[in-house]
Design a protein around this ligand. Structure first.
Ligand code: ZN
Length: 134
């Protein structure tokens, strides 16, 4: 039985989600190097990330499912039209957030007492409120 790589991932959560999507379509899938990348993220570049493997006979079906996964993001960055978005990003960049970080530092508490929940674009790095998204 020949296994082929249908995806590579930087983190375990994305890899597990992709694997679950394939398994829900009755495609057996395994992750390779998941423990190594999860425990020692610094080796991620060296070993090429977490690989998602399926049987060669399932390759076409798996690829189609994974492509559909990547294009289902409904949220678009209002600044650069990217669909690569961190959803519900916790930002402390507002005045109130910075004050909360300062007070947290003084009182040694974590997480900060106040933060804004926003979306963050992975491409341009801009923060925007959910109602600003296109
Ligand atoms: Zn952007």
């Amino acid at each position: 039985m020949q296994l082929v790589t249908v995806g590579t991932y930087d983190n375990l959560i994305e890899a597990e989600l992709a694997k679950l999507q394939l398994e829900s379509a009755c495609i057996d899938a395994v992750l390779k190097d998941a423990e190594m990348v999860h425990l020692m993220p610094i080796y991620n570049l060296t070993i090429g990330g977490i690989k998602l493997l399926v049987r060669q006979v399932d390759e076409q079906k798996a690829t189609t499912i994974l492509e559909n996964l990547e294009t289902t993001s409904e949220i678009t960055c209002p600044y650069c039209d990217s669909t690569q978005i961190y959803i519900n990003y916790k930002s402390t960049k507002s005045k109130k957030g910075r004050l909360a970080v300062f007070l947290s530092f003084l009182t040694s508490t974590y997480p900060p007492l106040h933060y804004d929940v926003v979306h963050k674009c992975k491409d341009c790095g801009e923060l925007f409120k959910p109602d600003e998204a296109r």
